[in-house]
Design a protein around this ligand. Structure first.
Ligand code: DAH
Length: 332
């Protein structure tokens, strides 16, 4: 049974207490339902009425003392905490918070803008939902053209409305709406019914370019593309040009960049070829010019379409295209 003597040790116990949690636990021990004070109160029941009256009064006084001791200790702890707050040295350097940054694709697009705007290009945009006329027909790809097969198109309303399979459709929008000469680049999302794997995705980015003026020739195109590769990957970047077929251009070509990840030795990203084809290009086909009401005798020009994701992957050593589209936090 608890006696008055147990209560007398309370001041010493309180002196040991450092935190509000410890104090709360001790308070329950003394003032809780099964605490020492109530235990003493229960012993009074066995006494005679006179004795109970006398001891009861003593117990009440004791309880008041105990309550006061706890109140005092609570104030002490609170004051202590507040003094710590004002002790805080505001001149100390803060803890650096990690913040995100732009997506790798946005970073590369901004670099690309730098190069092309320096050469006098403007940024031009077009819709992702296109008509087959702008996506195919006016690009010298009539309905029965076999090259339409190469692009597994996602139709919204067949045969008229589709998700653009390339940004070349924006070339047509530009040529039918703007006055010549034009010099544009257009980055944007494209869609194809692809089986997704490390190097193909149903949603991907292209960066289109178009330059139509008088006297534009293949030499301008090669210098533009080669200069671009060296701007993005460094002065010693090795490129090569190959003849390619694209209906919208004649002659057509492609530029390969020596794989930046393996330096041409061969790796999974370049499929052990040592080279990555990054852009399709060529001199704009006269049929495409006349489809846009432009006289091909007077005007000429070139166009190119970069696979933007490949440029980004090579720039940052990213080996799976899907990680550019699934919110990958590693690229934070
Ligand atoms: N549109 C082509 C494709 O998606 C790429 C391309 C090739 C774009 C030649 C061009 C070009 O502007 O001139 O496969």
């Amino acid at each position: 049974m608890v006696t008055m003597r147990d209560i007398s040790t309370l001041p010493n116990l309180l002196a040991e207490i450092k935190t509000a949690e410890q104090l709360a636990a001790l308070e329950i021990e003394y003032l809780g339902r099964n605490g020492h004070i109530n235990a003493l109160a229960r012993t009074l029941q066995k006494l005679s009425p006179e004795e109970r009256k006398e001891k009861g009064a003593q117990l009440n006084a004791l309880k008041q003392d105990v309550l006061e001791l706890f109140e005092r200790k609570k104030d002490e702890i609170q004051n202590e905490q507040q003094s710590h707050l004002t002790d805080f040295d505001t001149s100390l350097p803060g803890i650096k918070q990690k913040s995100g940054h732009l997506h790798p694709t946005s970073l590369v697009v901004r670099e690309i803008y730098e190069y092309f705007t320096y050469l006098g290009y403007s940024v031009y945009e077009g819709p992702e939902i296109e008509t087959e006329e702008y996506n195919f027909a006016k690009l010298n790809l009539p309905p029965d053209h076999p090259a339409r097969e190469l692009q597994d198109t996602l139709y919204i309303l067949e045969p008229e409305y589709l998700l653009r399979t390339h940004t070349s459709s924006v070339e047509i929008r530009c040529l039918t709406q703007e006055k010549l000469p034009v010099k544009i680049i257009t980055p944007g999302k494209c869609y194809r019914n692809e089986n997704t794997n490390a190097s193909n995705n149903a949603i991907f980015y292209q960066l289109e370019g178009l330059f139509i003026d008088k006297g534009v020739h293949m030499g301008h195109l090669k210098a533009t593309l080669d200069g671009f590769a060296r701007f993005l990957y460094g002065e010693n970047t090795i490129t090569r040009f190959r003849c390619k077929y694209y209906p919208q251009v004649e002659p057509g070509m492609g530029m390969d960049i020596q794989c930046q990840l393996c330096q041409g030795v061969g790796c999974a990203v370049c499929k052990y070829r040592g080279w990555l084809e990054v852009v399709g290009a060529g001199m704009v086909h006269p049929n495409m010019l006349s489809a846009c009401g432009i006289d091909g005798e007077e005007w000429s020009g070139f166009a190119f379409g970069f696979g933007l994701d490949r440029l980004v992957m090579m720039r940052y050593g990213i080996t799976d295209i899907r990680s550019l589209y699934n919110g990958e936090l590693v690229w934070k």
